[in-house]
Design a protein around this ligand. Structure first.
Ligand code: FAD
Length: 655
């Protein structure tokens, strides 16, 4: 973490220094009549977006939320590896790692041969080695919300949701800001209307989204006829796997998924309930917690299942539904119109809960959108960039829906007595436990949130001919972190963790093993010089820090001791802030550390010894892999010129 750039601020929490105002802002009394972004709903999607936009003091953001205050009890608890990587970018991964349950293993249980008992049929590693530096974590949603609130609270704008307010209506005029009517819900103001004109509105208002309905977008798909119960409980049991994630298929009583919870004692049980009749809704069934406990006891037999305390329970039905696009622009108008209203999270896709995807995908939606909105609002990018949000995320949601349909079917299927080989293929109603386990394993990367690969677009290069220079950084996938050694102070750092949620592009320069990075004739120095003289000034105002839009980092193959830091190119040691102080933290080597191992990034990420350039988006997805040196210059100019705004042509830019 870097701080004190503009002077020593004292010894309190450095996050507090981010706020430069003299008076803490008030988000509760009233809404401003004009905002840049109005976020509707403070669920996981809305809070991430708020935390992202809160990083920019020049952007006015408000989040409206009907609840009277922070969430007290949430549904979701599973956090994918990718989500923890995002938390790292917002600065709170350690808290989640400390408090959460680490899902390291999954076991599978099926009926014994006589159908009277249960036996363990498999045990797998939850996340394959090396997939991410973070594990899959379980932590209650309300707790995670608290961390988002802190991330906003300690941001430069001190943002917090404006509670007791719900969207009443929105109107999108042909030009200009969106007209929004907000209705207050709090005592003394109930029913009062507030009018807000917002440049952009983002509907993060959940499955019954008012924003989606205002756009006339329809959720397509099915309400499946399977009911499930969720029980968070303290349980006395002789079942041996109550502290690992375990999927149990009983012979006749249905299935259970055990998700151990944070804190060491609590566990969550997803319990299969009865099939619903055509058009029957779960609310009509009057299910109580006793029904869930009794069903769980039958599935667990012959193991004991004595519930001592229930923390939370609910019932839900499984359905998979999705909208065609995630913004207000109809497909036929995409060439002429830029979107001004978006939907994200459950507002545009809903599915079952057991694979622990919904909250994660929802947050990934707004992580994709946040930096784009900020770039456009700050004049750094052209508004057409905003089209990439729906284009990229709708495809991901469709993949999720397809996956969820299959995993829900497999969970609800009865276990086959004989193996699939003996019995022929699996029919729709029964499944071989081995097939179920294999599907789980095969989908490990997907469930970890790491299978996303964005297609070529304005922000993902179509040209993949240099991919062989960095095979471990596939274009379109998220930048896969590895440990490197910081040149200036020998600190081992995860390279991926330099990518904070600050809206900046990263240009990683991987050096060659045959050219000295201190030699002016080397491709490293030439690339640095070109970036400093041509690319960066084209898109960065002369009064902003040189790394305010492009954060250039170098990873070198030479030994630390052979490199004299001050001799490196200026763009790697930029002078910044009001005192023009040098930043020494942008150069790394690929060496063993003192006591913390060796990341071997060149070997482990398939980086060519001749070096390369990797461009990563502000949300950490790899946009381009290019050779080091002159060969990269034209493609880089063309790439960034395609969607960024030249400084001289900006009308409303700040940076
Ligand atoms: C039992 C269960 C377990 C689950 N477990 C997991 C899990 O382990 N992992 C996982 O990833 N997902 C899980 N999910 C799914 C997850 O809860 C959702 O996908 C996720 O909460 C979606 O986030 P969101 O921000 O899009 O919407 P929501 O969480 O629904 O938030 C929407 C917000 O908008 C507000 N709102 C609604 N209407 C308005 C309005 N008119 N004006 C202003 N605000 C409004 C609401 O009050 C709410 O705060 C589970 C779901 C269930 C039901």
């Amino acid at each position: 973490m870097q701080y004190h750039l503009n002077g020593f601020d004292g010894c309190d929490d450095p996050l507090k220094y981010q706020f430069k105002g003299s008076q803490e802002p008030d988000f509760q009394s009233s809404l401003p009549s004009e905002v840049d972004v109005l976020i509707v709903g403070a669920g996981p999607a809305g809070q991430l977006l708020g935390a992202q936009l809160a990083q920019f003091p020049d952007i006015t953001t408000r989040i409206i939320e009907p609840k009277p205050g922070p969430l007290q009890q949430g549904n979701a608890d599973g956090l994918q590896c990718r989500t923890i990587e995002i938390f790292e970018a917002f600065g709170f991964s350690e808290r989640v790692l400390k408090e959460g349950y680490w899902t390291m293993e999954t076991t599978f249980w099926s009926p014994t041969e006589d159908g009277k008992g249960l036996k363990r049929t498999g045990r797998i590693q939850d996340t394959e080695d090396g997939l991410s530096e973070f594990p899959h974590i379980i932590l209650n949603q309300a707790r995670m919300h608290g961390m988002w609130l802190d991330a906003m609270k300690w941001s430069p704008t001190r943002l917090e949701p404006s509670y007791n307010r719900q969207l009443a209506s929105l109107d999108i005029p042909k030009d200009g800001p969106v007209d929004v009517v907000v209705e207050r819900q709090d005592e003394g103001h109930r029913g009062e209307k507030e009018h807000v004109r917002a440049k952009y509105v983002v509907g993060c208002d959940g499955a019954r989204s008012t924003v989606r309905q205002s756009l006339g977008l329809e959720m397509k798909g099915d309400f499946a006829n399977q009911a499930w119960g969720v029980l968070d409980a303290l349980v006395e049991t002789d079942f041996p796997d109550v502290r690992v994630k375990a999927a149990i298929h009983s012979a006749e009583e249905g299935s259970i998924l055990i998700i151990p919870r944070e804190g060491g004692y609590l566990a969550r049980f997803y319990i299969e309930l009865d099939k619903l009749k055509q058009d029957e809704r779960i609310a009509k069934k009057n299910i109580t917690s006793d029904v869930l406990v009794e069903r769980a006891q039958r599935i667990f037999k012959p193991y004991r299942f004595d519930v001592k305390h229930i923390g939370h329970w609910s019932v839900y039905e499984v359905g998979q539904r999705l909208t065609n696009h995630f913004d207000n622009v109809a497909t036929v108008n995409r060439d002429t119109e830029s979107p001004r209203v978006f939907i994200a999270g459950d507002a545009c896709h809903t599915h079952s809960a057991k694979a622990g995807q919904g909250m994660n995908v929802s947050m990934n939606d707004t992580y994709n959108l946040g930096w784009k909105l900020a770039s456009v609002l700050r004049g750094q990018a052209q508004p057409k960039l905003l089209h990439t949000y729906s284009a990229e995320r709708q495809v991901i949601a469709q993949t999720l829906i397809d996956f969820d349909r299959e995993i829900s079917r497999q969970f609800a299927a009865k276990p086959k007595a004989k193996s699939a080989e003996e019995n022929g293929s699996n029919d729709g109603d029964s499944i071989d436990p081995a097939v179920f386990q294999k599907y789980f394993q095969r989908k490990g990367r997907f469930m970890a949130g790491l299978e996303t690969q964005y297609k070529s677009s304005a922000i993902i290069a179509a040209d993949t001919k240099h991919q062989h220079l960095a095979t471990g950084f596939p274009i379109g996938e998220r930048f896969h972190s590895a440990q490197v050694l910081r040149l200036a102070d020998a600190k081992p750092v995860q390279l991926g963790h330099v990518m904070k949620a600050d809206g900046r592009w990263r240009i990683f320069l991987f050096g060659s093993n045959t050219e000295s990075p201190l030699d002016p004739a080397s491709r490293m120095v030439k690339t640095c010089k070109w970036l400093e003289d041509i690319l960066i000034p084209r898109f960065t105002s002369s009064n902003a820090d040189i790394d305010s839009i492009f954060d250039v980092r170098a990873i070198l193959q030479q030994e630390r001791q052979t490199l004299n830091l001050p001799d490196l190119p200026e763009v790697l040691l930029p002078h910044k802030g009001k005192f023009s102080i040098q930043d020494y933290e942008k150069v790394f080597t690929d060496e063993a550390s003192y006591g913390f191992g060796h990341g071997e990034i060149y070997k482990n990420r398939g980086i060519s010894k001749e070096g390369c350039v990797i461009v990563a988006r502000p949300d950490q997805y790899v946009s381009a892999v290019l050779p080091l040196g002159e060969e990269a210059f034209a493609p880089l100019e063309e790439f960034f010129g395609g969607f960024m705004a030249d400084v001289e042509k900006r009308v409303n830019g700040h940076s």
